[in-house]
Design a protein around this ligand. Structure first.
Ligand code: SF4
Ligand code: SF4
Length: 350
């Protein structure tokens, strides 16, 4: 069939989730992740309440999954493991979650960002609201976009410098068993429950910026995303465009939440690609935009790819919960002893 015989698919980005089965699956996966995280948040809140009441009243156990929100502590734990071969018993789940996320990028690019991460999900919802409000997506001029995109790498470099470069094996070991590290999860909760006007203003600004530029936090500021983007270059999977079949409808570029010019490249090689598969979904011509493995010509089903990613992530955590190091070794009595230092403001979450 000649190129001009095909009509380009006129799909608005906002219609994607409703019309494409892959995007429906993605929404379900993101909802699942959001529900798990809300559950963890509520359980952890009740646990801290129990501690604040001196262990009186309704006893709620601590959900170890809360450590997934402590990536810097997880990086320190991972370094400790690499130095000593020992998984620390203060925040073991945090390290497991961190490693599983890094491994996921090795095989599934930044798929974690668009299929699992609850922050990415919130960011996407804000982007969808902005799509409805403005009817088009706003992208800063190229020079500003490049500058802003570099910020997340600067933040990542700072954390790597502070942890990997500045801390030796002895100081890492010492830090892990400090009273401060034992209660960082509680400090994080109090950051939100006792939020300052300054923090609230910063978070509000991020919400507003996310309405103006889709995925503002993820694209410009998230050091986790920066790290996954770098690792994703090692992934053997690629989205490849068959130039002979392509009718230049640019639907793929229009729907791409990462502003990648999918319609202009032979294959997507970008640290910004989150593997959302929106471009693959929207392409109107069979076998034109497909997911492949480097060196192989055959298409990889994007649906199966995504299903394996989600199963890999949650399956690994479930296996760690059942058989691996997951629960920490801090007793409720020790937590209760530490509470005056937390409520007294001796430690502050940075
Ligand atoms: S290139 Fe495709 S898979 Fe990657 S972010 Fe853009 S739309 Fe999603
Ligand atoms: S690859 Fe992109 S531009 Fe080409 S036909 Fe598919 S959606 Fe249209």
């Amino acid at each position: 069939m000649h190129k001009t015989e095909l009509q380009p698919a006129v799909l608005q980005p906002i219609d994607l989730r409703e019309k494409r089965p892959n995007q429906k699956l993605r929404f379900a996966a993101q909802m699942f992740s959001a529900i798990i995280n809300i559950w963890i948040g509520v359980q952890f809140y009740l646990f801290v309440n129990f501690l604040e009441n001196g262990g009186q009243g309704w006893e709620v156990s601590r959900p170890p999954g809360v450590e997934g929100w402590l990536p810097i502590g997880a990086l320190v734990s991972l370094l400790h493991f690499l130095y000593s071969g020992v998984i620390n018993n203060i925040h073991p789940a945090g390290m497991i979650i961190f490693v599983v996320i890094l491994l996921s990028a090795l095989f599934f690019k930044k798929g974690f960002c668009s299929w699992v991460c609850p922050v990415g999900f919130i960011s996407e919802i804000l982007g969808d609201i902005a799509d409805r409000l403005f009817g088009r997506r706003i992208k800063p001029p190229a020079w500003l976009d490049y500058f802003l995109r570099s910020l997340k790498y600067v933040i990542l470099a700072f954390f790597l410098w502070a942890v990997v470069y500045q801390m030796d094996a002895a100081s890492i070991e010492q830090f892990l068993y400090t009273d401060y590290n034992k209660v960082t999860d509680i400090l994080m909760l109090r950051f939100f429950t006792d939020i300052t006007m300054f923090s609230l203003s910063v978070i509000s600004l991020l919400f507003i910026f996310s309405l103006i530029v889709r995925g503002f936090w993820c694209r410009y500021l998230c050091p986790y995303g920066a790290l996954l983007g770098l690792i994703s270059f090692l992934s053997p999977t690629r989205i490849v465009r068959n130039e002979k079949n392509c009718i230049d409808c640019s639907s793929c570029a229009t729907v791409c939440p990462s502003f990648i010019k999918v319609d202009k490249v032979k294959q997507v090689v970008s640290d910004e690609c989150t593997g959302c598969m929106a471009c693959v979904d929207v392409c109107p011509v069979n076998d034109t935009l497909k997911l492949t493995i480097v060196g192989k010509k055959n298409r990889v089903s994007s649906l199966k790819w995504a299903a394996v990613l989600v199963l890999f992530f949650w399956g690994s955590l479930f296996a760690a919960k059942l058989w691996g190091p997951w629960e920490n070794s801090i007793s409720n009595e020790e937590y209760i002893r530490q509470m005056p230092t937390v409520t007294g403001g001796q430690f502050v979450h940075p």
